[in-house]
Design a protein around this ligand. Structure first.
Ligand SMILES: CC(C)(COP(=O)(O)OP(=O)(O)OC[C@H]1O[C@@H](n2cnc3c(N)ncnc32)[C@H](O)[C@@H]1OP(=O)(O)O)[C@@H](O)C(=O)NCCC(=O)NCCS
Length: 139
């Protein structure tokens, strides 16, 4: 990874790794990070589709560096593709300490969310939203 690499996407969630997020060795659980990514992706897809969404799939992920208690975790989200009811969202996680400027990419992955109605059934993404993404070649 180049030192000049920058986070891609919109900052959708920021939090701090706490002692309760660690395993018996004091390292932060990968599952905790996946859960932060899932929350960030849900915020992103609910914002795009104007309503409730659920995660339908998580693609392959690699954890590049460990996260320590006290690290500030930032999740950046970017829409890759909009379907009829689904949204593919690329999510990057970067970490830094509260008083350090440099941040490091921890992991990234692609999550797919489906827009739901109030009864939990899939619902079409509004045409005007799909058109915006079609114009960008993402639908
Ligand atoms: C979300 C849900 C309502 C979708 O219903 P469904 O009848 O299975 O929907 P479909 O098979 O038609 O798929 C819906 C969309 O998801 C996409 N999709 C389905 N499986 C997918 C997969 N494995 N990866 C990526 N996209 C997928 C489909 O291509 C379709 O997209 P499109 O409408 O944009 O073309 C249903 O699967 C569900 O409730 N799943 C549980 C979700 C959940 O609880 N998540 C949290 C886990 S705790």
């Amino acid at each position: 990874m180049l030192d000049t690499e920058q986070p891609q996407g919109t900052l959708s969630l920021q939090t701090i790794a706490m002692p309760a997020d660690t395993n018996w060795s004091g390292d932060v659980f990968g599952g905790w990070l996946v859960s932060q990514m899932d929350l960030a992706g849900a915020i992103h897809s609910e914002r795009i589709s104007n309503g409730r969404c659920a995660t339908i799939s998580i693609h392959e992920m690699t954890f590049l560096v460990p996260v320590k208690v006290g690290d500030v975790i930032s999740c950046y989200t970017d829409t890759l593709r909009i379907g009829n009811t689904s949204m593919q969202v690329h999510i990057e996680v970067w970490s830094t300490t509260p008083h350090r400027e440099v941040s490091t990419k921890v992991t990234e992955g692609t999550f797919t969310f489906v827009a739901l109605d109030k009864d939990g059934r899939k619902r079409p993404i509004p045409d005007e939203i799909k058109k915006v993404y079609a114009d960008k070649g993402k639908a």
